[in-house]
Design a protein around this ligand. Sequence first.
Ligand code: AQP
Length: 327
Amino acid sequence: MKRVFSGVQPTGNIHLGNYLGALKQFVELQEDYQCLYCIVDMHAITVPQDPKELRKHILDVAALYLAVGVDPEKSIVFVQSDVPGHAELGWILTCSSYTGELSRMTQFKSKSKNKESAPTGLFSYPVLMAADILLYDTDVVPVGTDQKQHIELCRDLAIRVNNTKKKTFVVPEGRYLKAGARIMSLDDPSKKMSKSAENIHSRISLLDEPSKIKKSIMKATTDSEGVIRFDVDEKPGISNLLNMYSVLSNKTIDDVVGMYEGKGYGDFKKDLVEITVEALKPIKERFDDIRESEELIKILKSGAERANAISEKTMARVKENFGLGLK
Ligand code: AQP
């Protein structure tokens, strides 16, 4: 069976962008692939974290994976720092990467913008992400399009190592959805929706109450034209809301535009609130049950054991090919 790996940082509650760009794919893929879904806590500490909050978010993200439909019987669900191979391979790949290519990563540029000096971990984050993927001989990585550059780097590193050592790594492919692959911030549609943005109304979290969802969508930035049509360059705000509407209602964007011909932004937004609340209601209900249950920790512990077993085989091959350690 081909293998899938992906992860989410426990830096806050999963939002609609994470869900529509990545998690929806997690659920679809588990029927046909061996899937590993990780809570990437070591990525989270590339920026300062409160330890108590981080632990809480790890369990929240794990419970959300299960609440959206990841099945721990079919998929391996685990926490990154419970598998030592991630850090180990991260270092080995750091030694095969160059500061030039890492400094071109747009996520690093935006997260370190206006800072005199940035944490080294933030700089080398994409190398750790490459290690996460290569550790499991991953074939397919379901992610949002914001991760395309990191996936390309991962492929470059795998090919670079394979060219100089014996064939060490499987070269993975990114998998991006056509719709929902990039959900933009509600208050500034030039930026992607993000867990750590300051303004809570810039995003819809999967656990938001209906009143919060209503407030965030009704406040969402639009334009003064007053016509509902899809045009990302001229009308990024409305186009983002149309994208959300289309994916959540399983209708094409053209169909949605047709439904709102001659209607105003207010009517459109009200309906989008309703559709969003309905879509998230069952997720929130399942989340509440799972988060309270003792099963969650057992699932994560067993997931880490299964992930460790796979990663140890890769690490043995990597160390052999790099000449590391004793035989
Ligand atoms: N806005 C988005 N639209 C579509 N997909 C998205 N993803 C993130 N934002 C969007 C996808 O969600 C997965 C998990 O992302 P992550 O938690 O690893 O980190 P991130 O990409 O940096 O997401 P955030 O929410 O913006 O986190 P913070 O604010 O902590 O940096 C990935 O597959 C990503 O593509």
